[in-house]
Design a protein around this ligand. Sequence first.
Ligand SMILES: [Fe+2]
Length: 129
Amino acid sequence: MSVGVVEFDNDHKKFIEILTELEIVLGAKRMERAKELGDALMALCHDHCAREKAFLERICYPNAEEILAAQQDSLARVQELIDQMSSPSDKAVLLAREMQKALIEYLLKGDINFKSYVEAFGYSDTNRS
Ligand SMILES: [Fe+2]
């Protein structure tokens, strides 16, 4: 699912990679690796959200608030997942699985909505027709 900007598409792919590995690692109770992945996920989330916010401001995207709200929701979910990992339980595995669905939700409620604007105003680097 492309949002029309390669940089953000690559971030979203990285989110999926981390979450997929996180679910496996949590299932195997490899908590040290899970913590590393949790930290990497949070760092990527903050970095992605900041770059995306700056981009939306730069292109004067009119509905930035809904994207930023979806970002905040995702950050809160990632924090909840990390908090759960401090006391290993099956809930963390479920949360990691839920986060994968949450990412799709984030894309549908947030980023995918700026795709047509990005394309219409010539800011897309995935649609150069
Ligand atoms: Fe995004």
